[in-house]
Design a protein around this ligand. Structure first.
Ligand SMILES: [Zn+2]
Length: 189
């Protein structure tokens, strides 16, 4: 079956490494147009690959600070997001990225975060993560706005595996994460 080409830039494209600029006027129609392209790309990617809870504008070659979070009830578009508070407690989990969808990477993220942002009608809003999973998605997408990729967050090369291997034996890999958590707790009681 021939699959439609997705607009997601692949790992190696230099645009993924650029720091995106804030949108001076979040209510400008060009921002809404970019947001619609992001929503479309997220939907198409999920249809093809069956995962992803967020996307950031640099992933489709738009160097603007716009991202979409969609962990469940419906997508939230964040324009010019800024971290207002971040937890100093961290958790370990396996994440993937649309730019290199065949990999899973073990990373540490803060377990909670609060970000201020502008909505598409230009008003101010605040998003607080409701779970560590959502906090991780927010941090992943914020990283994209600064040209930082999931692979940069891997503790070592053993923390990078194929999604296929993870899917075959998630318990073993999740135990790897929990083992890290307990050794870290022992070091930092
Ligand atoms: Zn990503």
């Amino acid at each position: 079956m021939v699959q439609n080409r997705l607009p997601i830039l692949p790992l190696g494209d230099s645009r993924l490494r650029e720091k995106a600029s804030p949108s001076p006027d979040p209510a400008n129609p060009s921002v809404r147009a970019a947001a619609n392209r992001l929503l479309g790309a997220l939907r198409a990617f999920r249809k093809q690959h069956g995962f992803s809870q967020g996307i950031a504008a640099p992933q489709i070659g738009i160097a603007a600070r716009i991202m979409v979070i969609d962990p469940g009830p419906g997508p939230i578009v964040l324009v010019n997001p800024e971290v207002r508070w971040i937890s100093d407690r961290t958790v370990c989990s396996w994440e993937s990225c649309m730019c290199f969808p065949s990999l899973a990477v073990m990373v540490w993220r803060a377990d909670a975060i609060r970000v201020a942002y502008r909505t598409l009608d230009g008003s101010d809003a605040v998003l607080a993560s409701e779970s560590a999973d959502v906090a991780a998605v927010i941090q992943h997408e914020l990283d994209h706005l600064d040209g930082i990729l999931l692979l940069d967050r891997a503790a070592d090369t053993k923390s990078i595996i194929s999604r296929e291997a993870y899917a075959q034996d998630p318990d073993t890999f999740d135990r790897m994460c929990r083992g890290q958590e307990s050794s870290r707790a022992a070091h930092n009681p």
